[in-house]
Design a protein around this ligand. Structure first.
Ligand code: ADP
Length: 494
């Protein structure tokens, strides 16, 4: 990575941001702004509009007009594809600039951010662009004398509300299939990670996407997000974030127009290590990455380590060493393994979980505290807690920080019961050399994705979605189109 370029970009002033509504940059209707504080050092990075409900409504009206007049949905799929591919090229050409801006905004380590943010968005947009002119409708096997055609029609205006941990990756998981499908979008980025989404939305215009097709409104979730959720003009809502907000979105849909709501919520994903795991050193290293990368701010993070009692002490020791070997600090230093916690608020939440575990008599094997406070940034040491009881808050609730809860098990049956013993069901992993056991576990664990002898890294070809209180619907893969393309039947008497 070009470190001198990173150093130049790190110091570049960031102009005040604006909404993108109907192809134009606009301030908040009342002129209010929010400060964007960098988690790297606590300094003011820039400002952005503190959006109002009127701003959200203006963006929704623009998206509605853009959908209804067909300026996007009536283009040939190959024409949308060409614009989306151009968009991906423009993002790719500025990947490092965008990645550094994102890191200054949300704190993710640059190595991860470059791959997982702009470059992941590029890959996602290309995937859906390339797919859209290869999706066929159906001819139903009706009796002679009738013809049943099944069309796939764009759902209309999509409201997308996304979080701060991977704004571009998760944003593109929604924007890619929605825009390829011919929908128009009102996007609400998170308060602490809006800048890169605004940047790539500008590039969409530059690529030739008509005004009004992609609109971005910044501000508070409870104002801008809520206005999108309540709007009768929005046809579908796609969301990644907390369970509490997810519930509000469902209520808002029920109160307004029954818009479809697709939720990707949190997890308390079990990472299950059996004594017969093929390589315990590798398992420890990957498990540490599986919880501690991006300071644990990953929805699929393996935040519960379920470990065979026979290897508990040995494995915890290896894992603690792997955690301690991870360099935590300046996320713009390419050798950093884990960057800053996104905000003071998140850091305080992480530390409160640790304090509670300490008060309950659990053992903090490593970490457990804030570090690098002198930088002004929000950093936390990777933390491993053992002796956690299945009913502890630390075993049941998502921390969304670099805190690993360790629980022992004696049998496969007990491992499954523990794994399934939360309200969540997003991700899981099983480490074993026994192929039959691996397949049994995949079947029995309630989760959208079960990794075997690895953690994370599942590419675009496979869906990601949760069960239980981890949500519904799927991002990634061709299955993501199901959220944005409705089935529509034509029944024809011949
Ligand atoms: P987190 O706690 O991880 O920040 P949230 O669910 O609060 O998770 O945030 C995810 C996204 O949801 C953000 O873009 C946020 O602004 C938005 N949001 C928060 N509250 C609401 C709400 N009441 N209605 C709609 N969107 C919201």
């Amino acid at each position: 990575m070009d470190t001198s370029r990173i150093d130049t970009l790190r110091a570049a002033p960031v102009p005040p941001a604006a909404h993108l509504i109907d192809g134009a940059h606009r301030p908040a209707s009342d002129g209010a702004v929010m400060e964007v504080i960098s988690p790297l050092d606590g300094t003011l990075l820039t400002t952005m509009p503190r959006g109002t409900a009127q701003d959200a409504e203006a963006a929704i009206a623009a998206a509605r007009r853009a959908f209804d007049d067909g300026r996007w949905s009536d283009l040939a799929p190959a024409a949308r594809k060409a614009i989306l591919l151009k968009w991906a090229d423009l993002i790719e050409a500025q990947a490092l600039e965008i990645a550094v801006l994102g890191v200054r905004d949300n704190g993710t380590e640059i190595g991860m951010a470059l791959k997982a943010e702009p470059l992941s968005a590029v890959a996602t947009i290309r995937y859906y662009a390339e797919a859209i002119d290869k999706l066929y409708g159906e001819i139903a096997p009706t009796a002679p004398g009738t013809l049943g055609l099944v069309h796939r029609a764009p759902v209309g205006v999509v409201g997308a509300i996304v979080p701060w941990n991977f704004p571009l990756m998760i944003g593109a998981w929604k924007l890619g299939p929605a825009l390829a499908a011919g929908c128009t979008v009102v996007l609400k980025p998170a308060e602490t990670a809006s800048l890169t989404l605004l940047r790539i939305a500008d590039l969409a215009l530059e690529a030739g996407m008509p005004p009004g097709v992609l609109n971005v409104v910044t501000g508070e979730g409870g104002v801008v997000g809520a206005a999108i959720a309540e709007s009768p003009q929005v046809d579908a809502l796609v969301f990644t974030g907390s369970g509490a907000t997810g519930r509000r979105l469902l209520e808002a849909s029920a109160r307004s127009n029954l818009k479809r709501v697709y939720l990707e919520l949190g997890g308390k994903s079990p990472n299950i290590v059996f004594a017969d795991a093929p390589d315990l050193d590798e398992a420890a290293k990957v498990s540490a990455m599986g919880i501690f990368r991006n300071s644990g701010q990953v929805c699929v993070a393996g935040s519960r380590l379920l470990v065979d009692r026979a290897i508990h002490d040995v494995f915890v020791e290896k894992l603690a060493r792997a955690a301690e070997a991870m360099k935590v600090g300046d996320p713009l230093d390419p050798s950093t393994a884990s960057g800053a916690v996104n905000s003071e608020r998140q850091l305080a939440q992480n530390l409160a979980f640790v304090e509670e575990a300490r008060a309950q008599g659990r053992t903090i094997v490593t970490g457990g505290h804030r570090i690098l406070e002198e930088t002004g940034g929000t950093y936390m040491a990777p933390t491993v807690v053992t002796g956690v009881a299945p009913t502890d808050r630390l075993a049941q609730e998502e921390v969304f920080g670099p805190v690993l809860a360790v629980l022992p098990f004696d049998t496969e049956k007990e491992a499954i019961a523990l794994a399934n013993g939360t309200d969540f069901g997003l991700a899981a992993a099983v480490w074993t050399a026994d192929l039959s056991r691996a397949h049994r576990m995949v079947r029995r664990i309630r989760a959208g994705v079960v990794h075997v002898n690895t953690y994370g890294g599942a590419d675009m070809t496979v869906p990601l979605g949760g069960v239980g209180q981890s949500g519904n619907g799927h991002d990634k893969s061709l299955h993501a189109f199901d959220k944005y393309l409705d089935l529509k039947t034509a029944w024809i008497k011949l």
